[in-house]
Design a protein around this ligand. Structure first.
Ligand code: TMP
Length: 221
């Protein structure tokens, strides 16, 4: 099973990923957390280039290709072997992030992004995607607070430094994707406190798991 978490900066994905893994492990799932960009040694090097605030000259197409390169390495080296071995993988961001950040917000043709993904991803699609939604003003002020307090590194702020308009396009893009694929997306109100967000995610995951397990048991009978 492949689960992804998405959302704008400061939506709390990273904390919620830990809660999701704990919950799934308590239900007996052999579960591993990972992230994009990153997740492999090579991917972490690509991540450093992509998020370095000094890299102001990074061309949008170079940026897109680096995200796709990172994802290809991650899927081939890490995610695919785990899924094939029957594990559950929970990933902090996946291809929806490219569609909204590089497509909707940067303005690169979404058709090109889809073609690139279909060339390299061997049809690895999330079974369920949790979208943590909140207004960019709140998300960005949370993110900068964490960076200024040292809770998050200041070496990865290239996207936090983008305009509010950019982040509004990202948020609207995510909601549009969720509207197109309601069977895959679960939209959670991330303005709530961490514990309430966690409870909402666990409720959605529990429902999803019970439907999945029932349909699997039905096929076995
Ligand atoms: P994060 O690890 O804090 O979520 O940061 C990753 C940043 O990279 C975030 O600002 C979103 C951005 N990003 C893209 O622009 N495209 C992508 O495909 C992915 C995975 C992330």
């Amino acid at each position: 099973m492949f689960i992804t978490l998405e959302g704008i900066e400061g939506s709390g994905k990273t904390s919620q990923l830990k809660h999701v893994i704990k919950f799934l492990q308590s239900k007996g799932y052999d579960c591993i957390g990972t992230r994009e960009p990153g997740g492999t040694m090579i991917g972490e090097k690509i991540r450093a280039i992509l998020l370095d605030p000094e890299n102001k000259a990074l061309d949008p197409l170079t940026e897109l290709l680096l995200y796709v390169a990172d994802r290809t390495q991650h899927i081939m080296e890490f995610v695919n072997p785990l899924l094939s071995a029957g594990k559950t993988v929970v990933c902090d961001r996946y291809y929806d992030a490219t569609t909204v950040y590089q497509g909707f917000a940067r303005g690169i043709d979404v058709g090109l992004i889809n073609r690139l993904h279909s060339l390299v991803l061997e049809d690895v699609k999330p079974d369920i995607t949790i979208l943590l939604d909140l207004p960019p003003q709140t998300g960005l002020s949370r993110a900068w607070k964490q960076i200024k307090s040292g809770a998050r590194t200041g070496d990865e702020t290239r996207f936090e430094a983008e305009t509010i308009l950019f982040h509004e396009k990202v948020r609207a893009g995510y909601l549009e994707l969720a509207g197109h694929e309601p069977e895959r997306f679960r939209v959670i109100d991330a303005m709530q406190d961490e514990d309430k967000v966690k409870k909402d995610i666990i409720r959605e995951l529990s429902l999803f798991l019970s439907v999945t397990e029932n349909s699997r048991d039905g096929k076995l009978q």
